[in-house]
Design a protein around this ligand. Structure first.
Ligand code: G6P
Length: 368
């Protein structure tokens, strides 16, 4: 097992470090001349798309969180309404799915029982199904009409990391493919996205090279009882994933909230020293985030904020700022999640938890 960990202490930290190459592998061969997207087994045509008026994204756990980002990106680029659902809810609520619906299921393992059942349910109702999965020949890859593989390589740690970032990459590619076919995206925007997608591996690497800051922070704060993650828009989607990472491996109670919802309840839980992670990487939402951050600060919260490199407005306002390299707004989640994965990992290590095999959890939930 030590050899398989390649010199790392745990699979999780090894897999976090594999993200730059996993992203590269997932992009490889799929972007042609920065203008065309080629997705091996996704054969949906322009004509097929004319008959589609709604998309469902269905998944569990971390894959569901990737889907929340996917909704935002597909709606914005391809201008089709998207609903995201956890597979165990979708199945039992008689969803409004028919032959005019496209369903995208996301599953690292391709074997999650609820996701497979949701896929079958969608097909039964006449929907075309695209599967995004990491395992060639898995159940979802066999059942779906179209398949897009994330080339993350085997993920061993129960807490998913490189599967999430490569699922995001797959969703960007699908969103662009749909948008190009539907004619809802300009050539310039496609080119911008292609150029920036290719730069993500080196930016993720930069965040990994600066992990000491996160490690040091974790060594000072691993005794936290509760941690709140707040953000707006895409930052909220990433907040959900950051919070899940922390609770699943460190057993620290954590919750993610849309920052605007704070004053509708959660603010009552903030007292002197409560740890709050505020994600503020979205330019258009920054001012609103700043006011939420100040509200938390005024109640004595200990605030760590994530901001875009070059934005110094939070210095002196919060207790610590983590800077995220500049990229396109849509792509920020791929970067923001990395320090959150590292934070969860180092908090769990400091607490002496079994990082790769957290209590009560399994890598793949094959029972319903
Ligand atoms: C389990 C794992 C998670 C994973 C979820 C969905 O809960 O611990 O890491 O996100 O299942 O798994 P899937 O293989 O369908 O992506």
């Amino acid at each position: 097992e030590a050899a398989e960990k390649g010199g790392y202490e745990h699979f999780m930290i090894k897999e976090i470090h594999e993200q730059p190459s996993a992203i590269k592998d997932t992009l490889r061969g799929r972007i042609i001349d920065d203008s065309e997207i080629v997705l091996d087994d996704v054969k949906i045509t322009k004509e097929d798309l004319e008959k589609i008026d709604k998309i469902f994204i269905v998944a569990c756990g971390t894959a569901y969180h990737a889907g929340v980002v996917g909704k935002y990106v597909i709606e914005n680029l391809a201008r089709i309404p998207v609903e995201v659902d956890v597979a165990s809810e979708f199945r039992y609520r008689n969803p409004l799915v028919n032959e005019r619906t496209l369903t995208i299921v996301i599953s690292q393992s391709g074997e999650t029982a609820d996701t497979i059942a949701a896929l079958k349910e969608a097909k039964k109702k006449g929907s075309r199904v695209i599967a995004i999965t990491n395992v060639v020949g898995s159940s979802v890859s066999r059942e779906a009409d179209d398949v897009l593989y994330t080339w993350a390589g085997p993920e061993i740690a129960v807490a998913s990391t490189k599967a999430y970032t490569t699922q995001l990459i797959a969703l960007y590619l699908v969103a662009m493919d749909l948008a190009i076919k539907r004619g809802t995206i300009t050539k310039t925007k496609v080119m911008e996205l292609c150029t920036e997608l290719k730069k993500l591996p080196e930016k993720v690497q930069y965040l990994l090279d600066n992990k000491d800051v996160i490690q040091k922070f974790a060594s000072e704060h691993y005794n936290a009882k509760d941690v709140f993650y707040i953000g707006r828009g895409l930052d909220y989607a990433v907040a959900m994933e950051g919070s899940l990472k922390l609770k699943e491996i460190s057993y620290i109670h954590s919750e993610a909230y849309p920052a605007g919802e704070l004053k509708h309840g959660t603010l009552a839980l903030v007292e002197e020293g409560t740890l709050v992670i505020a994600l503020a990487t979205q330019d258009d939402l920054f001012e609103k985030m700043l006011s939420n951050i100040k509200e938390v600060k005024a109640r004595g919260g200990f605030l760590v904020a994530f901001a875009k490199q070059g934005n110094l407005q939070l210095e002196g306002v919060v207790d610590k700022v983590i800077y995220i390299p500049e990229t396109l707004k849509e792509l920020t989640p791929v970067l923001t999640v990395v320090p959150l994965q590292l934070l969860a990992y180092y908090m769990a290590v400091e607490k002496g938890c079994d990082v790769d095999k957290p209590r009560n959890l399994a890598k793949s939930v094959t029972v319903e």
